[in-house]
Design a protein around this ligand. Structure first.
Ligand code: SAH
Length: 356
């Protein structure tokens, strides 16, 4: 409820209710309609009296903090990518993936742009603009949940793997997690949510004390400092050793499995020695490696690893007893990789270097 009121620029639910002269139970009805019943707009909230709805609309209240600009669907219909405009003109992307059965995943953005400048990432190349609010993050999920509802489907998984670094916008991301999880609202279980981070050590430590069963994914992408620093500037601040120590502490404290993301880049991180060094980092822990085929971006002179080489790399990890999955690329025909659609429509943001 607090988050909903902040959507309209109020400091608290009480201030929001006062401004619109709403009784607390009306506020609850509004919140439930938006987050649980997933109504299209205020006009559709039939539990509110007609004159109250008209008044709220006349006063400029809106349910949506993100407006779809373009929605693209892949040829196989399994991937839908949305470009959304925020009230200040910034744009972010979110992607819906429909897997086998009823399983669906929505990938959402936590920031407009990103300050971490990973060499392989289109968002990182375009620079950072601003943090999203909890509601702006949540509303990307709400949009796709409404769309799925028209086809009697639901969101089963949410991943914070869109634009931005979730742990650089920690409080708003936790606010969005509360909105997604609220049993009186959206009602998605913590275990169905994954936060992916570039590897911000202080926030990994904080997250370990959060007491939530949300999954943690770490964008590792290389096993040595030399390799990692060459593609991820953040590694100059948080070295592989320090990152792995924070992960081990998190795993001990929470007893939760950690997922490590590893984008396969030809000649950068895909040789046998890298696989062996990665296996060494993973050994003895409840860790899982996701090998990710690279979605090439126009800005980066990098190439993805061949399928054959990915399999050889995976074999080395298998032999060392490290569980792996090769992620299936989806939506390549609609530029569904991070930052690609926004890069096509928006001029580059002012480049703000990573805060080291
Ligand atoms: N900032 C967070 C979340 C956003 S990126 C993070 O770094 O984890 C989500 C994932 O997509 C990361 O693992 C990232 O490395 C990966 N990614 C970014 N660009 C990619 C590309 N062009 N191809 C494949 N994966 C990419």
């Amino acid at each position: 409820m607090e988050e909903t009121s902040r959507r309209a620029g109020f400091a608290s639910a009480a201030a929001f209710a006062e401004a619109y002269a709403l009784k607390p139970y009306r506020l609850t009805q509004l919140y439930r309609s938006a987050t649980k019943e997933l109504v299209d707009g205020i006009d559709a909230i039939s539990v509110l009296p007609r004159d109250l709805r008209d008044k709220l609309i006349a006063e400029g209240m809106e349910l949506e903090s993100v407006a779809p600009v373009v929605i693209q669907r892949s040829n196989d219909k399994q991937t839908s990518k949305g470009l959304f405009r925020l009230h200040d003109g910034n744009e972010v992307e979110a992607v819906l993936m429909e897997h086998w059965g009823d399983r669906t995943t929505v990938c959402i953005s936590s920031q407009a742009g990103c300050a971490y400048a990973c060499a392989f990432c289109s968002t990182g190349q375009a620079g950072y603009t601003r943090n999203l609010t909890a509601v702006e993050i949540f509303d990307q999920a709400r949009f796709f949940a409404r769309e799925l509802k028209t086809r009697n489907k639901k969101i089963t998984n949410i991943v914070f793997m869109g634009q931005g670094e979730p742990f650089a916008n920690y409080d708003a991301v936790m606010g969005a997690v509360r909105l997604l999880n609220d049993p009186n609202g959206f009602g998605l279980g913590h275990r169905h949510i994954t936060i992916s981070t570039v590897g911000l050590v202080p926030q990994i430590e904080k997250f370990a004390d959060e007491g939530v069963q949300v999954n943690l994914a770490i964008s590792l992408h290389a096993p040595t400092d030399e390799q990692r620093s060459s593609i991820m500037p953040v590694n100059r601040k948080f070295k592989v050793d320090e990152l792995m120590r924070a992960c081990a502490n998190y795993a001990t404290k929470t007893r939760r499995k950690i997922f490590f993301e590893y984008v396969m880049l030809e000649g950068v991180n895909d040789d046998d020695a890298s696989a062996k060094a990665l296996a060494k980092l993973m050994r003895g822990h409840l860790y899982h490696v996701n090998l990710i085929p690279y979605n090439s971006t126009p800005d980066a002179p990098l190439r993805g690893t061949s399928e054959e080489r990915v399999r050889a790399f995976q074999k080395i990890l298998d032999a060392a007893g490290v569980p792996t999955t090769v992620r299936t690329p989806m939506g390549r025909d609609i530029a569904a990789a991070c930052g690609q659609l926004r890069a096509e429509t928006q001029p580059k943001a002012r480049k703000i270097p990573v805060a080291l």
